[in-house]
Each structure stands twice: as structure tokens, then as C-alpha cells.
Design a protein. Structure first.
Length: 386
């Protein structure tokens, strides 16, 4: 009976009743084998709980290398995930680091005969004041016959590029057309990443920022296409570049800037009679670039019969301009609907169709061929389908 009670106590870990006294020498070897100690004729019941922290510390020490390895792997995975997110967040960043200097000039020379960058972008007062430079053609391909009004107009405007553009080591340019292809394109953020953004005529920005962006470095226009309030659709430092098609365009601009009697006749559409623009931001485009666009890209004669005159669009002219001072030229929003599609709108901001172009002096199919040639040469890159 005493033996049974003793075994029950050792196996179960607790006492169920009195135990017959036994010699210490008899119990000590058995208790020691179970991880217990006996002193002074009694056993230490707290030795079991104290054993658990010691075992845990021993296990941690043995696994320390594995734990550190797992932690290091976790940190590497987190870093890689963040790096991947950052690398995709700036899709145009690669163009900032690699500048194809000289590539545009080399490829443009294959398309434009006698290509040169020696001509100024904008007309300058000195050419009509100190030395009267003769011009071979009348507007829109020259200034012959308009020297006097130009002298007055250029005295209140300027001709320089902003220092922020002039000092760029690489001029990355986006020419934004007004085509329907920009609608729902979500190209706005991409367009805003370019150093120079060129826009056309009265195409709006507000309300369309997601598709067309909000940055405008230059806006090319003529009187009939001028927005009545240029401050609403442009940045404060936007260059407002007049594209002169006829002598009346100079007279309209002079009357506006000098607050003279407004010119009302000689326009196919009434231009704004009030045009709130800062004269310091106004530039007059050098007609040389209209000549290059017409003669070299569209093979148009400089002197045409009055009834069959054809002129380049402002869009193709803007691309030509970019090819003469940019290191990289990308275009967006160019191209017209198929001629058989009578209902498709041609602009991203209004509902007019290709029918409205029937009476214009533009040959859009001819211009499409010129742009496709640029794309084939890699001279320009298209950000929207063409």
C-alpha cells in the first residue's frame, strides 16, 4: 500500500493523502531522476515552474540565427515592394535621364530639305528697325508689305524664350493637338511631365485636365481662334504666339495691345474685341516656319491662285516649330476621323464634325501623310493612336 501511494504521487505530480515516511537515501535517487531535489527531508515543488523559462531561453538561443534570417528576408521583401511601386509611379522618368541630343536634327534633315536651326523662332524688332530685312513672300510665308505695322507691334512685344527653357540641357516637348482622341485618354499627368507643352488655338484646359493636362508653355493662335480671355486657359507665364496668316492679323493685335480702334473687317470670323493679355507674354511667330511646313512637308507652292489657296493647319505648324528647337518631340491628339465617318466629332471639347472642314483651306489627308512619315522615321513619337 505504501508503495502504491508513493508511485501515485510521483506519476501524478500531486499528493492524494499521507505518505509513510521513508528514508531520504531511498527517495533521493528516484526524485533526482525526475528533475526534483530533496533537501532537509522535504521536496521543492517550485522547481518545475522555474524550469520552463530556462527551456524557452535555451530554445530561443538555438533558433536565433533562423529568426534573424527570416526577419532579414521580410525586410528585403518590404524594400523591394516599395522600390517597385516607386519605379512604376513615374512612367516618364526614363526620358529625364536619357536625352537624344542631335537625334531630331539628324532625322529632320532626312525629311526637311536644307534643315537648319539658325532662324529665330519669333520676329525681332531689330530686323525691322535697325536693319530692314527684306522678305521674299507676303503672309503667311513672309512679311513683305507688313513692315510698318510690324515695327509698331514689335515695339510693345518681345521675342525671347524664357530662361527656364533656354537653359535646359534637354528640351523635351509635347505638342498637344485638339483631336477627339484625347477624350477619356487619361494622358493629362503624362503631358504635364514634359519641359515644353505646346497647345493650339482656343482649346480649353479647365475641365479636361485629366485628359489633356494643365501645363501650357506656348499657345499658337490666330485672331479668329483666340480665346476671349487668355488668362483663363493658360498659365501666367504661357507664351501667346500669334500665327499671322494675313496683314489684318497684325493690325488686330496692334489695336488690342495699344488700345486703338478695333479692326472688324477682313476676318472670316469675328475675333475678340477685348483680349486681356500681358504684352510681355506675346510673341509673333517667324513666318519662316510656315514656309517650311508648306513647302517642305506639304509640297505647296508659295504663290497659289487666289481661289485654290491651301495652308497648313496650326497643328502641323506647331510640330514643325518643335522640330526646330526641341531635343525630343512627342505628339498627342492628332489625326482626324475617317472621311466616311460623318458623325464623329473632330475635337475633344466640342461637337463639330469633319463636315466643318469642307470649306477650310486645309488638306487634312495630305497632312496625315506628312505626320505618318515623321512617325516612320522616328522623328516624333505619338502618345495617342493616330
Amino acid at each position: 500500500m505504501n508503495k502504491g501511494k508513493c508511485n501515485h504521487q510521483l506519476d501524478g505530480g500531486r499528493e492524494d493523502g499521507p505518505v509513510d515516511p521513508q528514508p531520504l537515501e531511498t527517495l533521493s535517487p528516484l526524485l533526482a531522476s525526475q528533475g526534483r531535489t530533496v533537501t532537509g527531508g522535504s521536496r521543492d515543488e517550485s522547481s518545475g515552474p522555474r524550469l520552463m523559462p530556462a527551456l524557452a531561453i535555451k530554445m530561443i538561443n538555438k533558433s536565433r540565427g533562423k529568426i534573424l534570417g527570416v526577419l532579414a528576408l521580410f525586410l528585403v521583401m518590404v524594400w523591394y515592394s516599395i522600390y517597385r511601386e516607386d519605379s512604376f509611379y513615374f512612367p516618364m522618368q526614363e526620358n529625364k535621364t536619357v536625352c537624344p541630343v542631335g537625334e531630331v536634327e539628324r532625322k529632320a534633315a532626312q525629311l526637311i530639305g536644307n534643315y537648319t536651326r539658325d532662324h529665330p523662332l519669333f520676329l525681332q524688332l531689330k530686323d525691322y528697325f535697325w536693319v530692314k530685312t527684306p522678305s521674299l513672300y507676303e503672309l503667311p510665308y513672309g512679311t513683305k508689305g507688313s513692315e510698318d505695322v510690324l515695327l509698331r507691334l514689335l515695339s510693345v512685344t518681345s521675342y525671347s524664350l524664357p530662361e527656364s527653357i533656354q537653359s535646359l540641357k534637354c528640351r523635351r516637348c509635347a505638342v498637344v493637338g485638339n483631336g477627339h482622341r484625347l477624350r477619356n485618354s487619361s494622358m493629362g499627368e503624362t503631358i504635364n511631365t514634359y519641359d515644353v507643352v505646346i497647345r493650339l488655338n482656343n482649346a480649353p484646359v479647365h475641365g479636361y485636365e485629366q485628359d489633356v493636362g494643365s501645363k501650357t508653355t506656348m499657345r499658337l493662335f490666330y485672331p479668329e481662334s483666340a480665346h476671349f480671355n487668355p488668362r483663363t486657359e493658360n498659365n501666367p507665364d504661357t507664351l501667346l504666339v500669334l500665327v499671322p496668316f494675313k496683314p489684318m492679323d497684325f493690325q488686330w493685335m496692334e489695336a488690342i495691345l495699344n488700345d486703338k480702334k478695333r479692326v472688324r473687317k477682313g476676318f472670316w470670323k469675328q475675333p475678340p474685341l477685348i483680349w486681356d493679355a500681358n504684352p510681355e507674354q506675346v510673341r509673333i511667330l517667324n513666318p519662316y516656319y510656315m514656309e517650311v511646313t508648306a513647302a517642305k512637308l506639304l509640297n505647296l507652292p508659295m504663290k497659289q491662285p487666289r481661289k485654290v489657296k491651301q495652308k497648313p493647319t496650326t497643328g502641323l505648324l506647331a510640330i514643325t516649330l518643335a522640330l526646330h528647337f526641341c531635343d525630343l518631340v512627342h505628339i498627342a491628339g492628332f489625326g482626324y476621323p475617317d472621311s466616311a465617318n460623318k458623325k464623329q466629332t473632330i475635337h475633344y471639347y466640342e461637337q463639330i464634325t469633319l463636315k466643318s472642314m469642307a470649306a477650310s483651306e486645309h488638306n487634312v489627308s495630305h497632312e496625315a501623310v506628312a505626320i505618318k512619315r515623321m512617325l516612320e522615321l522616328g522623328l516624333v513619337k505619338n502618345l495617342t493612336y493616330f
